[in-house]
Design a protein around this ligand. Sequence first.
Ligand code: GRF
Length: 202
Amino acid sequence: MTGIGVLVSGSGSNLQAILDAQARGELGGEVRVVISNVAGVRALERARAANVPTRVLPHREFASREAFDDALVAALVEARVEIVALAGFMRIVTRRVLDAFPGRVVNIHPSLLPAFPGLHAQRQALDYGARVAGCTVHFVDEGCDSGPIIAQAAVPVLDGDTEDALAARILGEEHRVYPAALRALAEGRVTVAGRRVILRPA
Ligand code: GRF
């Protein structure tokens, strides 16, 4: 069973989708630890409810980004994690994490990358006047939402959409594509050639 570590900072609805997929036997791996940089968030409750070990590493308690990432790597290694899934984790990870898990750190972003990287992607899409929005699962590199794309899903932008309405529509797709992408990775069905990622069917 492939060990998965999920990094969170907030609500954890993607974590929930991942845990639900695991419960259905559709993750191809096992969530071995959930780590949050913020105490008291809903994601930690979700992990506890699923009997998954949790860790809180408050980033402000570390002298540098590197020191924080070293603690992150230590906690992930200790939990026997092989794949690191960022799910609403509001910190940029450094080389320290990427070197410890080469080609095995992934993220989900609420836009069709390379459009609208960074914060408030849904608002960026609305403000731009995009008629299609969506989400992207991608490998993490040292940039911001810039690594090779593993999976994407699109949703329409509707007239009169609010940021919340659009975010909720996108989240519905996030909850579908993230567990599926993690499963492909956990089952060794993902090949990367430069920027192109090939997913073999199960
Ligand atoms: C999602 O929209 C995800 O794409 C972004 O942060 C949000 C996390 O939501 N990276 P949740 O904590 O999984 O509910």
